[in-house]
Every structure is written in structure tokens, then in C-alpha cells.
Design a protein around this ligand. Sequence first.
Ligand SMILES: [Zn+2]
Ligand SMILES: [Zn+2]
Length: 345
Amino acid sequence: MRKICFALLTISMLLSNTAVSMAHPGRTDANGGHTCRTNCAKWGLADGEYHYHNAAGTIKPAESTAETPDPAKETDDDSSDATLVADKIKVASKGKLSVYFLNIGQGDATYIRTAAGDDILIDAGKNEAGDVVVDYLKQLRVDDIEIMISTHPDADHVGGLDTVLRNFKVENVYAPKVSHTTDTFKDFLLAVKQEGLKIKEAKAGVLLPLKGVTARFVGPVAAYGDDLNDWSAVLHLTYGINKFLFTGDAEKRSETDMLAGKLALKADVLKAGHHGSVSSTSPAFLKAVAPKYAVISVGKNSYGHPAATILNRLKAAKASVYRTDLNGTVTAVSDGKKISFLKVK
Ligand SMILES: [Zn+2]
Ligand SMILES: [Zn+2]
């Protein structure tokens, strides 16, 4: 049985994370928390556990309450101070791997911060989502971006990347070797050039230069002509025993090639391909990935995303589904052993 852990972080709890004087020995760091070194059991902590204090006692971030997710009931009301919340999330996820499936409408934009502090951005939604992504990254105090990945040239993925490039120092840009004639894609290429960068090829087997995680492209395996979706850069990321698979818009043909290539596809969290379209998440692929959680990045659209067939298929596979259109930005935090989904109001 899969026990689903859903960490509910309410504003009040986030606000109560404010550091006060230390309740027991240990060094409080710049984020107001610290690692337990002595008499940890006495404080209800494991040896070496990172935590915070307030007047009410010890707070263990992201693991305080657990309940079964009910995505349908968890629409965001956006009533809070987003900057403050983003700040507090960063504190709660300090020293962990955090993955944010940003709520940018129809499209994909995924931001990953590794425990070592490296920043990875996969896509940035449509043109008009660029500013939203930049704002979000600024709220999360992103300084620079070590790895930017453009999964493929479609506008709902590459659209905002030029805005991100103009706002942040980006060290590496990866994209599959496929081009497109749209102005949106040209804007991206121009922005990369203006930053003095050269695109590195994203293809199966390429390992990203990151510490503390193993991040490797498992797709594209082959060339796909005009089928831009199948060209999608697909990233498999491992932190401790936790695994994530970011599929872009890869469709069945690419999925079949990844399976045939015997690539490492198993993952706890699957970003369902192509916004939950029937074109992706084929039964064989889903079986190989065997996710506990599936995230669908989707907004208002006329394509019928996500498809009922795929939602049913994920349900049958016992994957808990999170959707950016219903849940807002979906945030997964891993300590290398366990993954928690944070609820941010
Ligand atoms: Zn797309
Ligand atoms: Zn696409």
C-alpha cells in the first residue's frame, strides 16, 4: 500500500516558523533554523534533523500534518502575500530538493532547486508567462540559473524563456537539436546569443553537471522530423532514493523509443507528458515509470487537456494526481528519502 503523505502548510503555520531564541543548544543559521546535534530525542527530533523553533515549540518543516490529497478541493484563492509565502517555503525546504510546477496557465514551467543550491528551470510557458516566471523566481530569491532547459520549440514551453534570460544570469542552456520558424522561438535563440551562451544539446544519455543529484536526459532518443513534441528533452532526476521524470510534451513515439532504449524511467513523480493529452502517458510507458504521483501542468485550453482517458489511466495506476489548473503551483519537496507535496495558500 502506498501511504500518501500530503503536507499541509497553511499560512498560519508558515508565519509561525519565525525564528526566536534557541530552545536548546545548536547553531541557528541565516534562515532561522538549525540542525539538532544533542539530546534530539528529548525534543522529538531525529539526530541531525533540520528544524525551527517558535513560542509553541519545535517545528519540523513540511512534515507537520499529513492528509490524503483531494486536488478537486484545493483550488488556490491567492489571498495571501505571495512574497512572504515564497520566502517561508524556501525556509521550509532548506537543505532539501524542491520542485515547483509553476501555475502559468496552459504550458509548462518547472523550477527545481537542489539541496546543494543549484537552480534548474525547465521551460517558461507562453510569451506572456515570462514575467510570471521571473516574478516567482525572484520571490524564491533565485540568484542565478545553473541549468536552463528548453524542452522543445513550442510556444507554450519556450515562450517565456527569453524574458528569464534577460532577468537572470544563466550558465547553461540545453535544448534538443530541432528548430522552428516562429518568432517566439527566434526570440529565444536571440536571447541566448545576446547572453553570450551556446546551446548544449539535450539528448538521451547527456548528464547535467550538478552536485548531489543525478540528472540525465533520457530523451529524445532519436530524431523526429517535424514532430516537435517527440523532440522533447526528457529529464530523469535522482536525489537520494527519490526520482523525478520531466517529460515535456513527449508523445507515444518518443515514449516507445525510451522504453526500447532501456533507459532509467522509474520515478516517484511523473510530470505527465503533453499536459495530460491522450497522445502521451501510454500504458507501457506509465507501467515502466510506475509513479506514486503525477503532475499535470495545464491551464484553460481548447485541446481537451487533460484527457479523461489519461486521468483514469493514472487513477488505475494508483498515482495521486496534482494539476496546476486546480491546485495552483504544485510544490514537491524531497529530503532524499521521502517526498512531500506542500500546500501553499
Ligand atoms: Zn505543450
Ligand atoms: Zn509541444
